[in-house]
Write a protein of this length. Sequence first.
Length: 411
Amino acid sequence: MKKILTLALMAVAATTAFAQDNLVKEAKSLFTSGKLDEAAAKLAPALTSAETKDKAAAWNLLNDIKYKVYTNEFQKFAMKQEFNTDRMINALVEGFKAAEECEKYDSQPNEKGKVKIRFRKTNADRYANDRQWLYNGGVLQYQDKNMDGAIKAWGAYIESAKSPLFQEKVLPQDTLLSDATYNTALLAYQQKDYATAKKYAELATKYPDKEDDALNMKLFIQKETAQTKADSLEYLAELKKLHAAKPDKEQFFNLLQEYYSRANDQAALKEWALEETKINANNKMAWALLGEAEMNAENWDPAIEAFKKAADLDPSWIPVVFNTGVCLNSKAIALQDQLMDKKTMNITNANKEKVMDVLRQALVYLEKTRQLDPQQETTHWAYPLYRIYYSLNDKAKMAELEAADPSLKNL
């Protein structure tokens, strides 16, 4: 009984193998008669079946079918006849992938342990000549607003550059690869296909003309896909690493500034800004950020020192000149409160002079702000300047400001 069962199973296996090989023959006949879509459909089961004897030939047949679909549509395109872009480019992409599958099986040893390559040269010649149309096809798909089709075509173009199919063939110098790689990443990013975008952005960093933009994109992807605090900290660590490696690239500093500002953590912002001033004492933005952090904490002396550093580096930078004056004014108010007798609410002449000295320092910066920003387009300097004139009892200057802005009289 066991022997009969074994023979029966063997018969079924032989029938299955015959059936799969028969599908290949039928598909080839359909292909020869020009029934391309029917041929591809007929062939499909044989491509994945373990019973198909000659997988290389089966995949090469699909390659031939798809390439014929492509050339049929391309001929219409070349003759300026109506053609189907999606059909043309998809066929080229699928044909190339079929040729690569053919190569995979064609390069395996046969039952005698020998490798006998049958299809490589023909396919390598074919796709070396038409490979650029993977790129051009992506452009056509993009123009047709078929973004997924463009990504697919450009992705195939990029991958084809390192295809094993061309291992014995020297491809011409590729001047389009960096553009294709970055554009694929950018388009995938815009489509929110972050996995694809990240893959091609990483590849694009290898090209000097795309490196900075690709690194930025990688960071944006990491930031936009962050779900947890750990993800955010990982993004911050990567950003800091890039900033340390490329301190001259402003975009990394700007992204760090954005991160700390959005986090609304003044202590962390202060710590980072202080680090930046130590790394580069000529970084005016770092000094300004440090000044803002100290100002928000009402640490007037450190804030004034930081703003003065920024103003020294850029004397015409209106906000830091203004903030220096505001902090000095705030310091004078705090000093007056500190030196005033809390019982009598009086202040000695000596202590009053100390306050006046700080106010006169504030006056220098606020008057300079007025010179730099006469129409108050950037800062609102009139009120604090008027208050200083009032404290210094400079009635002529008060009258001058009141003439320009009568509302100051009510202060």
